[in-house]
Ligand binder design. Structure first.
Ligand SMILES: [Zn+2]
Length: 467
């Protein structure tokens, strides 16, 4: 048996205004029904005007995926009734979409995978229903927010691969600056179709709608894959149906069967002229393209000598990659910067902003490099700086965490430890060289972790007469 999966992904484009009117598109925290006008509410006689910026952001995605941008594309009406769609139709592109083809490559379990893109097009979002105990409420703020829909070829072979593809797509969209692509906020949404069949046969597709987390995509597809396998195992046919997914119970919810399939009565949108993307316009968009994530990954390896693994984690989020580069500049040591960001900073990074400024971290790393503070104490100061917001070097100063490397003080410590631990001294002299570690540890503890371990063990060896 083999599994075939295709995805349809809706991405909200980060424009200031909506796709066909000048209403504010930043609806997320706005009070319901405050960002509307006759155009996005579909009042009679209101005419749509295409948002040029939305087209440019969609073109960026097309170019990054290597798709073929169609010089002329067209808008169509998709007719259906739903309470969150006041016009009674959605403006989309069906017959002549914005771009055809392309592919996205990514790595899964160290292996390179590639998923081809069938087509991508522009369309407007619908409003939102809010279900309450007293009934459903409707919020039209999202009506007309620009979306780009990306349809893949059925190239995906497992639920996990579907999730990894989406993660790679999100990374790309964020680097391109076209969308935050936050699935929890509905800025990236996914419908999936899947068919399981015996090798060499064509399976029947089923569809799962409105998956809105990476986890949901993988779990829902795994559940449906299992269901189809069991059906086929019993000899029963798979029927062409559409499911929703209940994340809380982890179950598929039947939405409609084939008989209930919609007929959307598509026809060309009469209020909009065809969209013409001239070669000049496309060239301008190409010039403004930011560095792509895979280009950045290669550059991090080449320029900073990072491993593939480290570079991959750093470029996952553009904010993370930017932060790493700032820290690297501030401390002059990219590898140290990568190590601190990956092993210390990421644990604390929750919001969009990094937990500590790049300059402050850079100065702390420099202090460790130049031997002013031990790595252990630097980590302690960093942890405190992150929770208090104070500069880590100020904390080092105030709490006396700087490295103790004064010859005289170290010698005094060493002498004390030798006097207090005759057994360990005896062991060492009797040939148990490991006893030196115990003595260093004791002196270290006396110094509150501040002693320069290297100098300390030299002095101890000297006192014990073996250097
Ligand atoms: Zn409007």
């Amino acid at each position: 048996m083999h599994t075939v999966i295709g995805l349809e992904i809706h991405v909200q484009l980060r424009t200031r205004t909506k796709l066909f009117c000048s209403c504010n598109a930043d609806y997320f925290a706005a009070p319901p029904n405050t960002l509307t006008c006759p155009v996005c509410l579909g009042m009679p006689g209101a005419l749509p005007v295409l948002n040029e910026r939305a087209v440019e952001l969609a073109l960026r995605v097309a170019l990054a995926l290597g798709a073929k941008v169609q010089e002329t594309s067209r808008f169509d009406r998709k007719n259906y009734f739903y309470p969150d769609l006041p016009k009674g139709y959605q403006i989309t592109q069906r017959e002549f979409p914005l771009a055809l083809g392309g592919e996205l490559s990514f790595r899964m379990d160290g292996e390179r995978r590639s998923v081809r893109i069938h087509e991508m097009h522009l369309e407007e979002d619908a409003g939102k229903l809010i279900h309450t105990d007293e009934g459903a409420l409707v919020d039209m703020n999202r009506c007309g927010v620009p979306l780009v829909e990306i349809v893949t070829e059925p190239d995906i072979r497992s639920p996990k691969e579907a999730r990894e593809f989406l993660r790679a797509l999100r990374t790309l969209l964020r680097h391109l600056g076209v969308s935050n692509a936050d699935m929890e906020k509905g800025e990236l949404r996914c419908d999936a179709n899947i068919s399981v069949s015996a090798d060499g046969e064509l399976g029947t597709k089923t569809e799962i709608k409105n998956l809105n987390s990476f986890r949901a995509v993988e779990r829902a597809l795994a559940a449906e894959e299992k269901r189809q396998r069991e059906l086929l195992g019993r000899g029963g046919p798979v029927e062409q149906v559409t499911f929703g997914w209940d994340e809380h119970t982890g179950t598929l919810v039947l939405q409609r069967s084939k008989e209930e399939a919609h007929d959307y009565r598509y026809f060309p949108e009469p209020d909009l002229v065809p969209l013409v993307v001239t070669p000049d316009w496309l060239a301008r968009v190409r010039e403004e393209m930011p560095e792509l994530p895979w280009e950045r990954e290669e550059r991090f390896m080449r320029e900073y000598g990072l491993s593939r693994k480290d570079a991959t984690i750093l470029i996952e989020e553009p904010a993370r990659a930017d932060y790493f580069e700032e820290v690297a500049r501030a401390c002059g040591s990219p590898r140290e910067a990568a190590s601190w960001v990956l092993s210390e900073i990421l644990r604390y990074w929750r919001d969009e902003e990094p937990p500590i400024g790049a300059e402050a971290l850079g100065r702390l790393i420099t202090a460790v490099k130049s031997g002013k503070i031990s790595r252990t104490n630097a980590k302690e100061a960093l942890e405190e700086a992150i929770s208090s917001g104070q500069d880590p070097l100020e904390i080092v100063e105030e709490r006396g965490l700087s490295l103790l490397s004064d010859e005289g003080e170290l010698r005094r410590l060493a002498e004390e430890v030798v006097a207090e631990n005759p057994k360990a001294v005896e062991d060492f002299r009797a040939g148990k060289k490991g006893a030196i570690g115990f003595l260093v540890g004791q002196a270290m503890r006396k110094s509150g972790g501040r002693a320069d371990a290297k100098k300390l063990s030299q002095i101890l060896l000297e006192l014990l007469g073996s250097s």
